[in-house]
Each structure stands twice: as structure tokens, then as C-alpha cells.
Design a protein around this ligand. Structure first.
Ligand code: MLT
Ligand code: MN
Ligand code: ZN
Length: 310
């Protein structure tokens, strides 16, 4: 099984179109130690030709160009994307669906009932796409135990894991959350038994989630913010990280205690990778102290094109 990171940035990408924070200015200036990233998406394959796209980011066309593995060119019109699965209804995870409207057959879309509702009401992409390729929706289970198998991805199973995070601002569930607004995904190679947990939007830890995370050989988890008040201190938002559904890497001491770093320190996984990195996050400075602290804890930072073999 191969997982390929198509987009490792959070919403807005890196650099963000209207942002001149330290990181965005540095990456635009081509400074050493800063690498541009597109918005939040991964692709998974068992055979190298057929891929599950997990999240359809607004940068999907650039991502498909940058990842020719997803275009096997077996026919005049073809794609390696056999199905798309959504972790939530956030803009950075769904608006790419519109870019795939020219499909030769209805789009195979896997998402929870609450995400499907948001994509049928607040952001009616499902209705819009019905005027193009059409959508064949497969509901994702949210009991945290029922696995999904997907045609052309033989040997792989996908277990949605309900997460405490946030539905998008346009959703009526933004402040009245429902199970299924946000999920993570345990991806299992049934031939090797190896597992990866992908969770780009993880707001709060629970004992159940901790138990699931302990089963993963690779963790590919929410790395949006370094601290709770990152956006507040920069004057970009009045909202703490928790209000946006993201567990920051560290508490106010800045030493890894009280956040995702401390949590990952407890995990037996071989690889611990942060993904869905906001453009303001200091870990995007590859020569900075925060990146060095991650390295001391054996934590990696995802980049576009990263590959994980399991
Ligand atoms: C988030 O993860 O908080 C959202 O995706 C932000 C956004 O894209 O608007
Ligand atoms: Mn996001
Ligand atoms: Zn920025």
C-alpha cells in the first residue's frame, strides 16, 4: 500500500494568497528552509494505478499535474482516481470536487451523512455536480468499528474514526456538532496488517481515539497550529485553535507539553507525521527551533509528494 501526500498545508495553502506572515513572505522570497505546499489531500493505492483520493482540495488540478502517478492514461479519457473520500465538509477538503466534473462516469464519493447534508444544503456541490458527471454517494459508517472496502483497492480496508473537530463555518452544525462532521481514517493493508491513521482535523483527544491511535504504525495527524493562540497573536483571527477544531502542537510553554507533541510521545507508531500545516505555523521553517524540537521527539512534517509505504 502506498500513501502519497498531495497537499500537506491547511486551508489557504502555503503561501496563502493574501498572507504576508513571516513564513509566507519567506517562501515567496524563495528563502532557504521554506517549501511551498498545497491544500490538504492524500491519495492511497494498492496497485499503483488505482487511487483513492482522500479530500478533494481546491488545488486538485495542480496536485494531479504534480503527481503523474494518478494519470495512468489507459484510454483517451482516464484518471487513476477511482473514488474520493471526504474527512469533513471543510472548503479545503471539498471544493476540488468541482474540478473533477468532466468525469466519464458518476463520481464515486464516500462521506458521512452529515458531510453529505452539508454538501446538499450549505454548499450544494452534490446538486451542482448532478448537472455534470453526477455523484454516486456511499455513506461512511460512523460507529468507529465498521470498515469499508473500495473496488479497485483490493487488499485495503478503510475504517472511519469519528473525531471531535469542527464542521465548516457555513454548516448549521458548526456550533452544534454531530457525530460524522469530522472523521479520521484508519487505512489498513490487510496483506501486511500495517495501518496508518490519517486525521487532518483533530480538535480534541478522547480515550477512545487514543486507543485507536495506539494501533497505527504510521500517524499522519493534525499539525495545523503550533500554539492555541497562534492566529490571535498574529492578529489574523480572534479564534483560538480549539475554536477551529485543531489541537495545537504545544501548550503555552512552547516545549511540547500540553499538546499534540506530548500525545505523540505516548504513541508506539514507527512514524509520527504532522499534516494540514497552517501557513503561520513556525514548524514550516525547516531551520527553526520548533522544527528542531519536533525532530528531537521523532516527529516529521509532511510535504507535498511525501510517500509512505505500508
Ligand atoms: C480548517 O481546517 O480549519 C478549515 O479547513 C479552514 C478553511 O479551509 O477554511
Ligand atoms: Mn482544513
Ligand atoms: Zn502566512
Amino acid at each position: 500500500m502506498k500513501i502519497r501526500v498531495l497537499g500537506s498545508a491547511a486551508g489557504g495553502g502555503f503561501p496563502q494568497w493574501n498572507c504576508n506572515c513571516h513564513n509566507c513572505s519567506a517562501v515567496r522570497a524563495g528563502r532557504h528552509g521554506f517549501t511551498a505546499r498545497t491544500q490538504s489531500s492524500i491519495a492511497v493505492t494498492a496497485n499503483g494505478d488505482d487511487w483513492l483520493l482522500v479530500n478533494a482540495s481546491p488545488d486538485i488540478l495542480q496536485q494531479l499535474k504534480q503527481n503523474p502517478q494518478l494519470q495512468p492514461a489507459r484510454a483517451q479519457r482516464d484518471t487513476g482516481v477511482v473514488a474520493t473520500m471526504l474527512m469533513d465538509a471543510q472548503i479545503d477538503h471539498v471544493t476540488g470536487l468541482l474540478m473533477m466534473r468532466e468525469g466519464q462516469r458518476p463520481m464515486e464519493l464516500y462521506c458521512t451523512g452529515s458531510v453529505w447534508e452539508d454538501l446538499s444544503n450549505g454548499l450544494p456541490l452534490a446538486m451542482t455536480l448532478s448537472h455534470y458527471c453526477g455523484v454516486n454517494w456511499s455513506p461512511l459508517p460512523t460507529d468507529g468499528i465498521t470498515e469499508v472496502q473500495i473496488p479497485h483497492l483490493e487488499g485495503l480496508s478503510f475504517l472511519p474514526i469519528p473525531l471531535i473537530s469542527k464542521a465548516p463555518p457555513y454548516s448549521p452544525n458548526r456550533y452544534s456538532p454531530r457525530v460524522g462532521d469530522n472523521v479520521g481514517l484508519m487505512i489498513c493493508n490487510r496483506n501486511t496488517g500495517r495501518k496508518a491513521l490519517y486525521a487532518p482535523g483533530l480538535g480534541e483527544m478522547t480515550p477512545e481515539l487514543e486507543a485507536v491511535m495506539r494501533q497505527a504504525d504510521t500517524l499522519l495527524v493534525d499539525g495545523t497550529f503550533w500554539t492555541e493562540d497562534e492566529m490571535i497573536r498574529l492578529g489574523f483571527s480572534a479564534k483560538p485553535a480549539a475554536d477551529m477544531g485543531h489541537l495545537p502542537q504545544t501548550g503555552p510553554q512552547g516545549d511540547g507539553r500540553g499538546g499534540m507533541i506530548e500525545l505523540l510521545d505516548r504513541m508506539p507508531a514507527d512514524r509520527k507525521i504532522l499534516i494540514h500545516i497552517n501557513n503561520t505555523n513556525p514548524i514550516l521553517d525547516e531551520t527553526g527551533p520548533q522544527r528542531a524540537l519536533l525532530a528531537r521527539h521523532g516527529i516529521e512534517v509532511a510535504f507535498d509528494g511525501m510517500e509512505i509505504d505500508l
